[in-house]
Design a protein around this ligand. Sequence first.
Ligand code: ADP
Length: 378
Amino acid sequence: MKILVLNAGSSSLKYALYETSPEAAASDSDQLLCEGLVERVTTMPDALKTAFADLTPALGGEAVTGVGHRVVHGGTFPGSMIIDASVESAIDQLSALAPLHNPRALAAYRAAREHVPQATHVAVFDTAFHQTIPRHAYAYAIPPEYQAEKKLRRYGFHGISHRSVALRFAKLHNKPPEDFRLVICHLGNGCSVCAVDRGKSVDTSMGFTPLEGLVMGARSGDMDASALLYLISHEGKDPAVLLQMLNNASGLQAVSGVSNDMRDILKAANAGNDSARFAVDMFCYRARKFIGAYIAAMNGADALIFTAGIGENSAPVRAGICADLDQLGIAVDPELNNTASHEARRIGNSAIAVWVIPTEEQLMIARDTLACIDKLAG
Ligand code: ADP
């Protein structure tokens, strides 16, 4: 059957069409028929029109059976959901927590429903994989009414990616995910580390929003909340301006003064730019700190895995993060690390093995959509 995957970003729409079935998914033989990106999206109906014009030949006259929508914030939904009126309304209500993302996903859903009303539409959440995180790890140590009424807690993001990597690692070893304790570093524009204990997320570095944790392209990551309150009360800063600063003008971009793109920063660092070098060092140190924390959280680990744009492609950053971790049982093999490849591969044979595994978020969304349709059919 034909499954369409839609990933609505703040100004773009990514799409991918798969031919798949329960058997194909089980044997990894799903076929990617077509994929594309609509940039500078003004309205989702227009973006969907462009996408469907591209998809029509690939459909070859067949109908789309299911559409999988990537939804960043799914609150406490523990898994992917067929979108009905109540799920649609829940995603809408969660827009307050993810104002840049959820409204776009809803707009894409509504526009897609016009194009393929007969299809089953499924929401695949970035938060769902982290719903197994125990309370001592997801709660903030603040008065309970803030958690109960204001829903202030850590949710975690990048769950679709972390789950796809954990499943792939187990499959590569011909073993169930329950056999492994993994520390996964998703290092893209957004960055997060996840502790996956026997198939379940037990901690992750992003929190109430994707701002917490690692240094990212343009996000600060961890910071003492009182520093912001100080700026508000003593400097009269506007909270909206600070939110924008922390999410869009901080991180690698601010520290390097060069760019939010790791390729540009590495180039500048190699050319002797001290701020760029410092940004890379800070990025690596923060990641290393979380890796140590998550090994402690699981009382050990079988593998450390790198994924996403920086994790999959940057040997110097992987080497920088893993430097001086030999006492923890982590070491990358320089030759394996420096060999460019787009395949899943081991780059370190230390006690905690080091791997690079390309993230497969789109495929994961297609498979979840398929699984929901399959369940519905009984
Ligand atoms: P997103 O989070 O938007 O999906 P990606 O996973 O594509 O982003 O990651 C984007 C990041 O990956 C950028 O910082 C980019 O510089 C970095 N990147 C991609 N290729 C390389 C490379 N060869 N070396 C270093 N960084 C890279």
